[in-house]
Design a protein around this ligand. Structure first.
Ligand code: SAM
Ligand code: SF4
Length: 422
């Protein structure tokens, strides 16, 4: 989401006579796009901002700004934290950035714009995609789910969907520019709704766009992933065999306290349906360890469910209290060392499962979208399979940007190795 927003901001600024610099030493403006989902993300970016401030000693006119969810959440407080920050702009005010920055060069001081308008969808703007082969397409903004641990609804406002025709036009143009793999983005793509057009219908329409070859989408919410969407996924040749579906917890009481709107059983049934409809599907997930009040037994249920489902990969997090959310006020917070201990148990479990999942690919032939020369060796290329696995194989640089069939011969925890067939 942040990559997509940075690409949007790059577009807003470059259509207003600003230039994107590749060289921080020679930049006149530095903008930090920030995340607020966990305290760790905020701490890291605050450290980065402080580090860059020393540049102001040799370049008095340098402007340093903060945008994104942390800017939205903290607003003017960021300037109290660091007086040298020049501007703070929230998630709905990016259109004002050119004017804000121009004014600051004329009248130095501090500017902040963080009003949530709940309607801004940034239509008519075409992001400057940072990748060469994969492009993000934002189909909706905001979130209405208010999971009790999550800051997103507070910093990104209410859910709104982009016009279907704008989305289709954007994807067609992206495909013409050479990107063959697109990812539709939203906090809960399954609740996409534009004048009665739902997500399944949107997927069907995107599947018909002939300038692209692969479609992915994040994130799906288990309570809204319908049978209709599963059917469209299995019938649409461009929709990749990969789904990210956040479990968060394997215990019903914890899920209820999280306000997730499903049970562990419901989640498991969706996984079964997906695997039946799309046998080659890779399923990845998010899990939180040490949610307030989580008992050893409840944690064990999450562990056991992860062991039973065997996700291809899991993003595991220790619970991070976010000011203003319901869960941050729960009395029964779990001590940090127990949260960490549980997190480590989940990471260890998942490492084993992921390795086995990757080893299971040996002998299979996979279509790979070739993206670049491999980091480790000049004679090897690297690309992604439809089920989102990085695959490395010997091949000529001229194949970059092509689709090739690769027979998998080996696997580490993260990477497949193979031999090109055509
Ligand atoms: N909308 C997506 C969904 O519901 O699947 C998730 C978006 S959230 C930005 C990404 C992940 O961060 C969540 O799935 C959750 O696991 C994790 N997360 C969110 N708030 C958190 C918190 N307070 N502490 C720890 N992890 C958190
Ligand atoms: Fe946060 Fe829940 Fe919305 Fe995802 S669905 S962004 S976890 S509130």
């Amino acid at each position: 989401m942040n990559v997509a927003d940075s690409e949007l901001v790059a577009s807003i600024l470059s259509t207003n006579n600003f230039k994107i610099s590749q060289d921080i030493d020679n930049s006149d403006i530095i903008i930090f796009n920030t995340c607020s989902v966990r305290q760790h993300a905020e701490d890291r970016v605050l450290g980065r901002i402080n580090n860059e401030m020393s540049r102001k000693q040799s370049k008095k006119d340098l402007k340093i700004g903060v945008i994104g969810c942390m800017a939205q959440r903290l607003g003017n407080k960021l300037n109290e934290y660091n007086r040298n920050i020049d501007f703070v702009v929230g998630t709905d005010q990016y259109r004002n950035l050119p004017e804000i920055i121009t004014n600051l060069f004329e009248n130095p001081g501090f500017e902040s714009e963080t009003i949530v308008n709940n309607k801004e969808i940034y239509e008519d703007l075409y992001p400057i995609h940072s990748g060469k082969f994969n492009a993000f397409v934002t189909i909706m903004r905001g979130c209405n789910n208010f999971c009790s641990y999550c800051i997103v609804p507070y910093v990104r406002g209410r859910e709104r969907s982009k016009a279907i025709d704008d989305i289709l036009k954007e994807i067609k143009t992206i495909g013409e520019k050479g990107f063959k793999d697109i990812t539709l983005l939203g906090q809960n793509v399954n609740s996409y709704n534009y004048e009665g057009v739902n997500f399944a219908e949107l997927l069907r329409k995107v599947n018909k766009i002939d300038t692209i070859r692969r479609i992915r989408f994040i994130t799906s919410h288990p309570k809204d992933l319908s049978d209709e969407v599963i059917k469209v996924m299995s019938n649409s040749e461009k929709v990749c065999e990969h789904l990210h579906l956040a479990l968060q917890s394997g215990d019903d009481e914890v899920l209820k306290k999280m306000n997730r709107g499903y049970t562990a059983e419901h989640f498991y049934k969706i996984v079964q349906k997906l695997r039946k409809a799309i046998p080659e599907i890779a399923i990845t997930t998010d899990v939180i360890a040490g949610f307030p009040g989580e008992t050893e037994e409840q944690f064990q249920r999450t562990y056991d469910l992860m062991k039973k489902i065997k996700f291809d990969y899991a993003f595991t997090f220790k619970f991070s209290p976010r000011e203003g959310t319901k869960a941050s006020k729960f009395k029964d917070q779990i001590p940090e060392e127990i949260r960490l201990e549980r997190l480590q148990k989940l990471i260890k479990l998942q490492e084993k499962i992921t390795l086995k999942k990757y080893k299971d690919q040996i002998g299979k032939t996979k279509e790979i979208y070739v993206e670049k020369v491999s980091k480790k060796s000049e004679d090897e290329l690297s690309g992604k399979s439809r089920d989102f696995k990085i695959t490395v194989f010997k091949g000529d640089k001229s194949l970059i940007g092509d689709f090739v069939n690769v027979k998998i011969t080996d696997a580490t925890g993260w990477t497949l190795k193979g031999k090109i067939l055509n």
